[in-house]
Design a protein around this ligand. Sequence first.
Ligand code: SAM
Length: 204
Amino acid sequence: MEHEIGQPHSQAMTAEAAVRIETRHGEGHTYDQDGLRSVHNHEFMDDPSFRKAYERGVRATGRDYEWHWRVHVGLWVATCASRLPGDFVECGVNRGFLSSAIMDYLEWDSLGKQFYLLDTFKGMDERFISAEDKAAGAVEKNRNNLASGFYTSRSDEVRANFSRVEESFRDRRSNSGNLAASPRPEDILSASRYELFDARSGSR
Ligand SMILES: C[S@@+](CC[C@H](N)C(=O)[O-])C[C@H]1O[C@@H](n2cnc3c(N)ncnc32)[C@H](O)[C@@H]1O
């Protein structure tokens, strides 16, 4: 008898079997996260590049939002957009889950594009919430997200996350053997093609 995810594993189960079950996301297995339930194929969750990018997003936020399918769609769109001329902009970065995952997935440094990362770092500006959205509870939701800390006001922490992206590129470069072990400052700058804007102050 096969175990479902979440059931206690028997002691007899091998590590190999456990891995096989954890990575079983094909047709017939039910995806049920983030308000989306589907029996359709979601083997993208087993793709090593997806997993690595998703884990980078988790590191940006410090928690797993359990929104794999949304991130999968985001990475697909970003991949399509990466083939077009122009830069990227994300309006509403928060802690940078999706943008970190995109940077990791696309090996951002290799594209030669700039990623403009914008956030108010104080949630939605209530002056611009429509009457319809207000009636649907958008103001309360916005305030709750700020009060709970789900929307961060710490742009310095978000900036530090993207500095870690920069460091990981630097590490990869220094481990590749093609570049000096101690990269020159210009190498580091060329590996950090992004700007974070704090819409409250307009500061970068
Ligand atoms: C749902 S979160 C975004 C999640 C984020 N993309 C991620 O990957 O985790 C929405 C964010 O939009 C920001 N925001 C709301 N109104 C904004 C505006 N007018 N301009 C910029 N950011 C805004 C909020 O502060 C909040 O951080």
